[in-house]
Ligand binder design. Structure first.
Ligand code: AMP
Length: 285
């Protein structure tokens, strides 16, 4: 497996792979890889002859008050994992390579989709995400790109960008991978103390219970949001950032009575760690 830090060299390798008849799979990550990332790389390897895993902690998607400097970094272990799974390349550029003249050109999905959920409390976050992902798509060229439902809103924002800008990318959204006790895998779980790690189970447990209530006939949106809010508050250590409900997959507004495919998104802060989780409940008859 090759490790590139340089755009030109990666592109030359991609040209050779395409000339040899391989399709290209791209797995964008910020590193500190875990099995959630592993599942994306595995899916990419099953469907493409050449898989590149990008590994870049993108500064423009962090607000000045957020955890950019503290974000976990483990490039060597990440490369080992990508190689073990079967990727052909890791692309791990420096900030200077990705933003050679600063961050003056932005790619931004505006409106409802980036104003809700994480967009409400992190108003500049998705602009950073779409900008860096657009750069990666331009570097890699036509490909299949793999994203996780763990970041369900992000996946829909990327879908909008691809569709609106006619990008030659086939988006593949893969299932959310959890630890055996239900906690959604995340690089940010590394921030948690053992007490917080235990308390963080409140996210998946609450979503699970909300799903059961809905499947049992509780279709009042406000009642479900109240239940989630109370359940997180009862968890003591965590403070609720948001609990919101939308139509899946496009995250359009949901009426007061839940119906169809329902997306519940949740963000909870534990000390310096902000954890997100979500579930999709299918109420279609
Ligand atoms: P990140 O490195 O956290 O920016 O994530 C890179 C990609 O991996 C994104 O598309 C995430 O949605 C995906 N991902 C992260 N955690 C998980 C998980 N637990 N299950 C599935 N995909 C994940």
């Amino acid at each position: 497996m090759k490790i590139f830090t340089n755009i030109k060299e990666l592109r030359e390798d991609l040209d050779r792979a395409r000339a040899a008849g391989h399709s290209v799979g791209l797995v964008p990550t910020m590193g500190a890889l875990h099995e959630g990332h592993g599942s994306l790389i595995r899916a990419a390897c099953a469907e493409n002859g050449y898989v590149v895993v990008s590994n870049f902690v993108n500064p423009t998607q962090f607000a000045p008050t957020e955890d950019l400097d503290a974000y976990p970094r483990s490039l060597e272990a990440d490369c080992r994992l990508a190689k073990e799974i079967g990727a052909q390349a890791v692309f791990a550029p420096e900030v200077q390579e990705m933003y050679p003249e600063g961050d003056s050109t932005w790619v931004e999905v505006t409106g409802h989709l980036t104003g809700i959920l994480c967009g409400r409390t992190r108003p500049t976050h998705f602009r950073g995400v779409t900008t860096v992902v657009a750069k990666l798509f331009n570097i890699v060229g036509p490909c299949r790109a793999y994203f996780g439902q763990k970041d369900g809103q992000q996946a829909q924002v990327i879908r909008r960008m691809i569709n609106d800008l006619f990008m030659p990318v086939e988006l593949r959204i893969m299932p959310l991978i959890r630890e055996s006790d239900g906690l959604a895998m995340s690089s940010r779980n590394a921030y948690l103390s053992s007490e917080e790690r235990q308390a963080a189970l409140v996210l998946s447990r609450t979503l699970n219970e909300a799903q059961k209530m809905m499947e049992g006939g509780q279709l009042d949106k406000a009642a479900i949001v109240d239940f989630i809010t109370d359940s997180i508050k009862a968890g003591a250590l965590g403070s609720l950032d948001y609990a919101e409900i939308y139509q899946f997959p496009d995250l359009s507004e949901m009426g007061a009575t839940l119906s169809g495919q329902v997306f519940i998104g949740l963000a909870v802060k534990f000390g310096g760690a902000r954890l997100i989780d979500n579930v999709v409940v299918d109420l279609a008859p």
